[in-house]
Design a protein around this ligand. Structure first.
Ligand code: VGL
Ligand code: ZN
Length: 185
């Protein structure tokens, strides 16, 4: 495992929810394959007292990002539905900090940093580095990693623990993240 946590690290697990996994409403091929990788990272974080944040896409019905309202996506991750639940095999620790996003009708939030209060938490905890994994790499993982860099965190992305919606975007997305300063592990 390429992960070596240091004091003042946190792990951010982005949107590992049923709707982004095979059988879900916005399913990524192999989206569920991130689960064992992320579970191993979570276990390692817990052993090292590294805080774990888990974000979830948490839309109301008729959210602005849905195609019925001219948005980019089919309906997905509707609050209270099975599709919005974390993948059943994801071992979310009891002490994980939950970050909900996309819960307003009128705006979308791809980044776990976007108006969620996450930065205040990280400042309060004196965090220096963030590890980012989850779904989907070119959407919410990318937005989260770019915001982590913007907020001056050393940002590490474990690609094994992520998947693309569309692999055609892979090279462009990797280049964009690397140019911004995200470190690939
Ligand atoms: C996401 C598409 C729409 C994500 C969220 O979590 O990557 N993708 N909403
Ligand atoms: Zn969404």
């Amino acid at each position: 495992m390429k992960v070596t946590f240091q004091p003042n690290d946190v792990l951010i697990v982005v949107d590992v929810q049923n709707d982004f996994c095979p059988g879900g409403k916005l399913a990524l091929d192999e989206g569920d394959e991130v689960v064992p990788v992320i579970n191993a990272m979570i276990a390692q974080a817990q052993e090292s007292d590294i805080p774990v944040f888990v974000s979830r896409d948490w839309h109301p019905r008729h959210h602005v990002s849905f195609d019925e309202r001219g948005g980019s996506w089919p309906e997905h991750c509707v609050q209270g539905t099975k599709g919005a639940e974390f993948h059943p095999d994801l071992s979310v620790p009891d002490n994980a900090r939950l970050v909900s996003k996309g819960a307003r009708f009128d705006i979308d939030q791809y980044s776990a940093f976007d108006k969620t209060g996450l930065v205040s938490e990280l400042v309060h905890m004196n965090v220096k580095r963030v590890w980012v994994v989850g779904l989907a790499l070119e959407v919410c993982v990318k937005a989260t990693a770019l915001d982590a860099v913007k907020n001056d965190y050393e940002t590490l992305l474990v690609e094994d623990g992520t998947r693309f919606i569309d692999r055609a975007d892979a090279e462009k997305t990797r280049a964009e993240l690397k140019d911004a300063g995200v470190i690939f592990k």
